[in-house]
Design a protein around this ligand. Structure first.
Ligand SMILES: Cc1ncc(COP(=O)(O)O)c(C=O)c1O
Length: 369
C-alpha cells in the first residue's frame, strides 16, 4: 500500500551462503550442470531447450512413455477414477487398481506376491531399511544404486562392499560373517527375457528371495515394486516407511503399468529391437575408438576421465543435434567421467548412424579419439 512502511527487516548474513560456495566449487571442477528442458514428449527424436535432437539420454528403453495403449488406459483411469488416490496405502489409498497391478506383477514375475512403491528408489530404500537392523550384515556390490546404499545406511546394519560383479568375493565375505546373524547380499541386475529381469534371465527362480524392479524406465510410467513371498510383502505393508508414510500412485499410473505388462507380452519384438540397436550402437562407438567400458546393457558409457572434458563433449554433441548427458562425480568415480548414451527400441538406424557420425566428428575435434 502506498506510503505504508515495510516490516523492520534486519540485514543478516545468509545462513545458506555455503550452498552458493559449493555450487561455485562445482563450476570450477566442471561438474555444474543446468537442467535440460524437454519441450514435448519423451521420445527417441525430440526437442530439448528448443533444439531438435536424437535423444540418447532417457531410460525409456522400449518407447512405452508414448505407447498408445498405455496412454489410452491412463486416460480411461483418470476419467473413471480421478487424478489422485488421496491417501497413503495403509489408510484409504489402496484402490482396486493398485491391487490389480500387484497381482499382475506377481504373475509376471512368477512370485507369490508383489508390492508397488511410488518409485524404484523408495522400493529399494524402503525394503532394505525395513528388513534388517543394527545387528545384521549387508554385502553390497560396490556399484549398487544410491537407493540401495541409502536403504542400507538407514537399516543401521553393517555394510560390507564387494568389487563389482565379483560373486566369489561376495561369497568369501559371507563365509566370514557370523552365521547367527542375518546376512543379505544385494546387487543390481540387468534386463531379462520379456522384461522379467535378472532372476528369469539366469533361471534363478526360487533362489533369490527378494526382487526389486522399477516401473519408471522400460515400463514407461512411474514406480517400483518388490516381488517375493507373501510374508515378505505383508511385512513390507507393515514396516516399509514409504509405503506407510507417502501417498500411493494416482490411478492413471497403475493403469499405464497394467497396460505396459500387456504390451511386454504382446509385443516381444520391442525387446528384440532394443538389443539390436544396442549391439549396433555399441559396436559403432567402439569402431570409432571410444572407451566404452564393460557395459552389456543398452547404456553405453563413453569414458573420457576428466569431468570438464565429459561436459564439453556432451555440450558439443548437443550443438550438433545429439543429446547424451555428461556424468561426473558423485554419480561415477572422479577419474571416470563420461558421456552416457542410452539407445531405445524406438531409435531408427538412421538416427543411430547420425549420432555415431556426430560422436566421431566431435570426438576427433576434442581429441577424445
Ligand atoms: C539401478 C537403479 N535402481 C533404482 C533406480 C530408481 O528407480 P526410479 O527412477 O523408479 O526411482 C534407478 C534409476 O533411477 C536405477 O538406475
Amino acid at each position: 500500500m502506498a506510503g505504508r512502511k515495510g516490516p523492520p527487516y534486519t540485514v543478516r548474513p545468509d545462513p545458506l551462503r555455503y550452498l552458493s560456495d559449493e555450487l561455485d566449487a562445482l563450476k570450477a571442477q566442471g561438474l555444474y550442470r543446468r537442467l535440460r528442458i524437454l519441450d514435448g514428449e519423451q521420445k527417441a527424436r525430440t526437442s530439448f531447450d528448443h533444439r531438435a535432437v536424437v535423444n540418447l539420454s532417457s531410460n525409456n528403453y522400449l518407447g512405452l512413455t508414448t505407447h498408445p495403449k498405455l496412454r489410452e488406459r491412463a486416460m480411461e483411469a483418470t476419467r473413471t477414477l480421478g487424478v489422485g488416490s488421496g491417501s497413503v496405502r495403509t489408510i484409504a489409498g489402496t484402490m482396486r487398481i493398485h491391487m490389480e497391478l500387484e497381482r499382475k506383477l506377481a504373475d509376471f514375475k512368477r512370485t507369490e506376491a508383489t508390492v508397488v512403491f511410488q518409485s524404484g528408489f523408495t522400493a529399494n530404500a524402503g525394503t532394505v531399511s525395513s528388513i534388517l537392523g543394527k545387528d545384521d550384515f549387508i554385502v553390497s556390490d560396490e556399484l549398487n544404486h544410491a537407493s540401495i546404499i541409502d536403504g542400507a545406511r538407514l537399516s543401521r546394519a553393517t555394510i560390507k562392499v564387494f568389487p563389482h560383479r565379483d560373486a566369489k568375493a561376495a561369497g568369501a565375505i559371507i563365509q566370514e560373517l557370523p552365521r547367527d546373524r542375518r546376512r543379505l547380499i544385494i546387487t543390481d541386475g540387468v534386463f531379462g527375457s520379456n522384461g522379467r529381469g535378472t532372476v528369469d534371465h539366469f533361471g534363478l527362480h526360487g533362489r533369490v528371495d527378494i526382487q526389486v524392479g522399477t516401473l519408471s524406465k522400460a515400463i514407461g510410467a512411474l514406480g517400483g515394486y518388490v516381488a517375493g513371498s507373501e510374508a515378505l510383502i505383508e511385512f513390507l505393508h507393515h514396516r516399509a516407511r514409504p509405503f506407510l508414510f507417502s501417498t500411493s500412485h494416482p490411478p492413471a499410473v497403475a493403469a499405464a503399468c497394467l497396460a505396459a505388462i500387456d504390451v511386454l507380452e504382446s509385443e516381444p519384438e520391442l525387446i528384440a529391437r532394443l538389443w539390436d540397436n544396442t549391439r549396433f550402437f555399441k559396436s559403432g562407438l567402439q569402431t570409432l575408438g571410444f572407451n566404452t567400458g564393460v557395459s552389456e546393457s543398452p547404456i553405453t558409457p563413453v569414458i573420457v576421465g576428466d569431468a570438464a572434458l565429459a561436459m564439453k563433449l556432451s555440450d558439443a554433441l548437443f550443438q550438433e543435434g545429439v543429446f547424451a548427458q555428461g556424468i561426473g562425480f558423485p554419480t561415477v568415480a572422479r577419474d571416470r567421467a563420461r558421456v552416457r548414451t542410452i539407445v531405445t527400441a524406438t531409435h531408427t538406424r538412421d538416427e543411430l548412424q547420425f549420432a555415431l557420425d556426430c560422436f566421431g566428428r566431435v570426438g576427433r575435434s576434442l581429441g577424445v579419439i
